[in-house]
Each structure stands twice: as C-alpha cells, then as structure tokens.
Write a protein that binds this ligand. Structure first.
Ligand code: GAL
Length: 418
C-alpha cells in the first residue's frame, strides 16, 4: 500500500505552520458520492457545514445512482486518468478492492487519536481496515430489510403491520382494493436485489441467508427455499404499477409519502425522504422490519475512503476523517439520513422511533449472530458476484427468466463470477 505516513506528518506540520495566523485556510476536499436525493443531500449538508467551520472547502462530485454502481464506474475513470478525488463514499467489498490496489490513504493516526478501535463495531472494522491499518472512516450503519408503509392506507385496510409473507400479501391485496399501487418499486437492478435479499431472509431465515448469499452454497442457491423466493418475487411484481421500470428509489418513496402507493421495501435511507417531506414516524408512516425478518439485520455502512492525492491535501483529508467520527456529527447526520451511528457509544436519545428501533435491532442482531452484510449494498460479496446475482434477479423479475431458469442460472452465474 502506498502509505506515506512520514511525509504526511511533515506536511501536516508544514500546513499548520503556514496557516497559523492566517484567517482562513485554503483547504479543500473533492468528494465523490451518490447522495443526490433530497434526504441524502440534506444529510450531506451536515458534513459540508462542519468542514466549512474547520476551514475545509467542499468540492462536490455527485454521481447519481443508488448503491453506488455508477459512482464506482466514475471512480475507476478518475483513478485510471491519474486524477483521483480526495475522498470517496464507498461500500464494503469495494473498499477492500481499492485498498488492495494500494491507492488509498492511511487513517491510523486519526483512528488512534479518536480511539476508533474501541468505538467502531467489529462488523464495520472488517471493511474499514486493511492489513491491520485504518483506511476508511465509517459514517453510518444502514440496513436493508425494512418495509415503509403509508399509515393512512394501513389504517384504512384495518390491519396491524404484517409479520409474515402471507400477511404482507393480504395487506397488498387490501391496498389494491383501495385503488392505490400496493407496492412502490423502482426497477433498477440494485433495487430489485434489495427487495430480493429481504425475501431471501424472510423465507429462509438468517442461517439460509448466510448459506446462500455469504457461503454461495449451490444447493441453497437452487433449492426449494430459493424457489419460494423467486415465486414470491413473481407474485410481488403483480403489485407494482406499470411504470416501475427504471424508477429511482426516492421516487418510489415519494409514491408512499403522497399516498399513491401503500408500501415500499427499501433500506432506511428511505426514512430520509419521509422526514424531508415533514412526515412523522408512527403518525404518517410506519417502519417495520420486512415481514418475517424481525430479529435479523442486513446491514451496509457508508464509509469515506481517502485517496492518495499528494501531501498538500493530507491535512484536509484527516480533518474530514476526524469530522466523520465526531459523536455530535454522528447524531446530527444519522438522524437526517435514516441510518444509525457507526459508533457504539452514541445515545439514541435524539433519534426518532424508527432510529431507536434501528439501533436496538442492530445491537440485538449483532449479539445473537443474526447480523449479516447486505448483498445489494456491497457487504456480502465482491462486486463481480454481486452484479452476477443482480442480472439473474432482474431478468427473472422482468419475466425474461422463468423460476426454473433462474434457479439454474443463479449458481452458474455465481460460479462464473468467482
Ligand atoms: C446505499 C447507501 C445509502 C443510500 C442508498 C441509496 O448504497 O449506503 O447511503 O445512499 O444507497 O442511494
């Protein structure tokens, strides 16, 4: 790895020397990210503002596209042309891949000063560290097995929130009778797989999820439980509206917010959209674990990775890494974003009921061994395998593969991608 600790230290000292006495430091970070929806942008502003107070200017490089597939393509182009951004939002296995290439910066000094070893949970450290060194600053913990329900539609249906797939289908039927779109969905591969992984967890439980998605066991990928999962997906598709294809996730959230749809399966970044629209959990919308998955959590964590861009930006990078782990920032950012803190020592006091539930569920799942990385959001497999699964799931959902074909294709595609 291209660690440049000694020269970085020298530069940091030089920068302090140069800027001491001057009113505002001319420091800048160029940040590549995919936080472009209303809720996401609002959360990002918290970080921009905090850095501004530190004298660090923000140069924005947004690349739209949930789960960051497009952002990673843009990053490859920048690195290939020898001009990487200063800092990059990144998920799980992508962090490992870039670290392996030796192009990322070392955050050990900041991590040591902030005691990150102690306050960042092991499940995140797995991705924040490479070769024993800190190379990423985790911003949050999201999870994907959630269902967001319009409260008025639920009340009208006269139902309690569904706890099983059967109850989910009953609720969706009632929404259909109300003349609204029962299930808001955005037909993009990562959204299809976000829904699919929740169904995998619901039908098979955490042991099955781990066997199929983490261990890539051929029997699990092609057996009876997986058949049920694909059959459920076909059934769920029947509850989408005709225009779901290609829709952005936040537009699907807006359908639920506006009462045009009854529910959406999505990670808890969806809550950011509800909050942005001044909707209140428990009053305007209901957040529950995807039916049949209470007790288990599929997580992903957004982390900032610093690229090796030369010594003159090192000080600004370290300020950014430090700002991200600041406990006050962790509260201010995550209450807006819909995620929960990346640190275990932050109180849930300022979080709303969904946030409190997210923190409690996460702690309990970690304790009981029912915590696993989200496949759709880069925390279960490297991107080659992830994208191979995206293809099968999306083609099946779009009717290009029958369930029999999908069950045959899935293990084949996974094997070919490894
Ligand atoms: C996830 C990311 C979230 C959110 C979402 C949709 O991969 O972790 O922070 O941005 O994509 O854009």
């Amino acid at each position: 790895m291209a660690f440049r600790i000694a020269s970085h230290l020298a530069t940091a000292v030089a920068v302090i020397g140069l800027t001491a006495g001057s009113a505002a430091a001319e420091e800048q970070v160029e940040v590549l990210h995919w936080w472009t929806s209303g809720g996401e942008a609002a959360a990002l502003n918290v970080l921009k503002d905090n850095l501004k107070k530190e004298g660090v200017d923000w140069k924005d490089m947004p690349v739209a596209g949930g789960s960051g597939v497009q952002a990673m393509t843009a990053l490859r182009a920048r690195v290939t042309s020898g001009d990487p951004p200063t800092a990059v939002q990144m998920l799980g296995y992508d962090i490992k891949d870039w670290a392996e290439m030796g192009v990322v910066g070392n955050l050990d000094d900041v991590a040591k000063e902030g005691n990150w070893d102690k306050v960042i949970p092991a499940a995140l450290q797995e991705f924040s560290k490479y070769d024993g060194h800190w190379i990423a600053a985790p911003v949050n913990v999201h999870s994907t097995n959630w269902l967001w329900i319009n409260k008025a539609a639920l009340d009208k249906a006269g139902m309690e929130p569904p706890k099983s797939m059967d109850e989910l289908f009953t609720m969706l039927d009632k929404f259909k009778e109300q003349g609204i779109t029962p299930l808001a969905h955005g037909g993009q591969p990562w959204e299809d797989t976000t829904l699919w992984e929740a169904v995998v967890l619901s039908e098979g439980g955490m042991d099955f999820y781990k066997k199929a998605i983490i261990d890539l066991d051929t029997d699990a990928l092609s057996g009876d439980t997986m058949r049920k999962v694909f059959d459920d997906m076909t059934k769920l598709r029947g509850y989408f509206d005709d225009n779901f294809s290609g829709r952005d996730w936040n537009l699907a959230s807006a359908m639920v917010i506006e009462g045009k749809a009854g529910a959406q399966e999505m990670g808890d970044w969806a809550k950011g959209e509800f909050l942005r629209a001044d909707k209140v959990p428990g009053k305007d919308f209901v957040c529950i674990r995807f039916p049949g998955t209470q007790g288990s959590v599929l997580f992903n964590s957004d982390q900032f990775v610093m690229f090796d861009v030369g010594d003159d930006q090192h000080d600004a990078q370290m300020k950014m890494a430090k700002a991200v782990e600041d406990p006050g920032f962790q509260v201010a950012f995550n209450t807006v974003k819909g995620s929960v803190p990346a640190r275990t020592d932050v109180s849930d006091e300022k979080f709303d009921d969904c946030g409190k539930k997210g923190m409690k569920d996460l702690a309990e799942a970690a304790e009981s061994g029912k915590l696993a990385g989200s496949l759709a959001h880069g925390h279960a497999q490297p991107s080659s395998v992830k994208e191979a699964i995206f293809d099968v799931v999306t083609q099946h959902l779009n009717g290009q593969l029958t369930t029999d074909e999908a069950l045959k294709r899935l293990p084949e595609a996974v094997a070919a991608a490894q």
